[in-house]
Design a protein. Structure first.
Length: 276
């Protein structure tokens, strides 16, 4: 859950490529720092404050983004003059769900979950000049990562639709709609409760989440950026982001969410970025 704030600030942070046609191919590096409020676990009704760190850039036509403990690289080089941009590359994610700072006594009594490393790929396509100007961008992407350390022994698929547009040389807005689809092991690890866990926490025994794969959550994100240097392509930028998420189906019915948490999930963040 904590990674979601870093994802939304990283995905929706304006890049120089959106600001001007002539700058699409230039190398750049954006470094962002900020603070966010996120649920203490996915499905929690208690929020915590976390730091947010984002690195995003392009070198020789190859783009990369590091959002906290997530890293993805686009190996499909972008070509000048192309309105269509294809994305394909590796993705790494450190899963920290329910590994610390659980702000609920009953869920904490179920025990912390070990961190794990997920490895996979991300692919997507985007098109410029769709609605407002030749600089706006509409895109679709999907990522797939699998637990390689065997902690939940499953996978996470995250498809999303994104739209962003510069309103001027100094102002940018973006939005994203996404859903999460997970395998059986993920649901079993984070949302099922066995007899021992029920006895320790007082929450009811639950086994439906790990019965089969399914959709865990739908999210809507809105972000805005304002240049402090007079140009989104360089210098300082302030970024504001907010996200609403809704837990779904068997995962929403888990006592971890239905009794100890909330199906409605709210996130927000404020950051400062510098583009070289």
């Amino acid at each position: 859950m904590r990674i979601l704030l870093l994802i939304m600030t990283g995905v929706l942070l304006p890049s120089p490529a959106l600001a001007a046609e002539e700058d699409r191919q230039r190398d750049y590096l954006t470094v962002g720092l900020g603070v966010g409020t996120v649920p203490s676990y996915s499905g929690s009704d208690d929020n915590i404050l976390i730091p947010a760190v984002v690195l995003r850039g392009r070198v020789n036509g190859f783009a990369f983004v590091s959002r906290g403990v997530n890293l993805s690289v686009d190996l499909a080089r972008e070509h000048a003059g192309d309105d269509l941009d294809f994305k394909l590359g590796p993705a790494l994610s450190l899963r920290t769900e329910r590994s610390a700072r659980i702000n609920d006594a009953q869920v904490e009594a179920l025990g912390e979950r070990p961190r794990t490393l997920e490895v996979g790929a991300v692919a997507g396509i985007s098109k410029r000049g769709v609605l407002t100007s030749k600089h706006d961008q509409l895109g679709f992407r999907v990522s797939y990562v699998h637990d390689v350390l065997g902690k939940h022994g499953s996978y996470v698929v995250l498809p999303s639709i994104e739209y962003g547009t510069p309103l001027s040389r100094t102002t940018y807005i973006g939005t994203q709609i996404s859903v999460s689809y997970v395998g059986k092991g993920y649901g079993r690890q984070y949302y099922d409760i066995d007899a021992a866990g029920s006895a320790a926490s007082g929450l009811a025994i639950y086994s439906d989440a790990g019965r089969k794969a399914g959709l865990t959550k739908m999210s809507f994100t809105l972000a805005a950026a304002k240049s402090l240097s007079g140009d989104l392509r360089m210098g300082w930028t302030v970024v504001l982001a907010a996200q609403y998420g809704r837990m779904l189906g068997r995962y929403a019915r888990s006592p971890v969410v239905a009794d100890a948490g909330d199906v409605d999930q709210w996130l927000g963040g404020l950051g400062l970025a510098y583009t070289f």
